[in-house]
Design a protein around this ligand. Sequence first.
Ligand code: ADP
Length: 468
Amino acid sequence: MIHVLSVASECAPLVKTGGLADVAGALPAALAPHEVTMRTLLPGYPAVMQALKTPEIIWENPDLFGGPARVLAGQGGGLDLLVLDAPHLFDRKGSLYLGPDGKDWPDNPERYGALCWVAAQIARDGAAGWQPDLLHLHDWQAGLTPVYLRQHGLPHVPTLLTIHNIAFQGLAEAEDLVRLRLPATGFTREGFEYWGKISALKAGLIYADKISTVSPTYAGELLTPEFGMGLDGVLRVRQADLVGILNGVDTEAWTPPYKTARGKTRHKEALREEFGLPESDGPLCVVVSRLTQQKGLDLLLEALPRLLAGGGQLALLGSGDKALEQAFTKAAKSEANVAVKIGYDEALSRRLIAGGDAILVPSRFEPCGLTQLYGLRFGTLPLVAYTGGLADTVIPASPAGLRAGAATGIQFHPVSTEALGRALDQLCALYREGATWRRMQKNAMAHPVGWEHSAADYADLYRAVLTR
Ligand code: ADP
């Protein structure tokens, strides 16, 4: 049995802003059949504190980065939790990472530095008799842990750092070194210094034993300046220790609410009604997404006339950039076949993915992506950019893919309005053709999107880290 401490800043179903939470929440159960027990160390945000059942104090300190703190062991959200209860750091309303002004909390380095510090404490002293063999660290928020392990005299405790989003790098000012209890000797180009600042993510990339990211293609892309976001050089140095393991989805929670094509059609009709879209014999395309530059939805706005000319419709659920929210809202006002809801609504996202014929994911970069996996599972064919996890999970309706009868979706490259437009043309043509579309739906629904493969890969990786 391998005992793993997962160190995460968010974890479904308790607190979530993105895919990291889904992975941290899914791994413990997915790994159980592989002789791995996992406990999850989380910050004591209000939602986590409320969910925590039968808490037991296992560690206390009167001054953890500016205030009293303790670690509570207990259960919550179906998970075995260790919660860092430090009200001065985590007892805040609203978003996990942002203050009321929409900017990062100024003390984010201390907040997550404290989480890492405590992770190292648990590695040293255990948690009420439980001792982790290995630490699985998620993103920059857990990046300083290997530095603190060395501070605690534990350079031998193995660590795996998973990159979910390299765009967030956990930068802090150089003068925060002492406050963050970091060794000045590490503040070099070979250490965690990054252009005169401290980078928590770089610390993790330098000092973790192994690094993973959430798809094989993205692992390769991260080595290039285009995708590495300034850390590609560091990653090239660590290339031998970098692997990509795809995210899975919870296939129970994401079981299609229909068994037949007729059943799916009823969901489509209901969705058209809910979104006020007219009857149509063209494909109903859906989008469920954050509205940001990453997701390439500005390209979809530009290519929209191609979809409409092909007889297609669009129903979009998303929130984010105000300019994009406004542009889509405007398109919905002027086009009868476009409907938009601005907001974040999980139940509605399911109705969209159930009722749509296709789901559009034109991302500029996509470490793994989840919505195309939901689309596969529901027979809602993904139309995706050829990048990152989208490249690894969709078998394109290319001449070869169609000939082999293996296609599960449509891919386009490069990520441009023109290429997206051509893909939308292809989507409309395939939809009208009927038989090929149905074959692709069948393939898509049979494509494995659960955690089985990836959990086995993580368990193998843990074993590899432990036997180094
Ligand atoms: P990212 O983490 O970059 O946002 P992913 O595709 O990995 O992208 O994960 C996004 C998750 O958030 C998916 O589970 C998706 O269904 C969900 N999601 C995104 N936007 C919305 C929304 N407006 N309403 C409901 N769920 C959403």
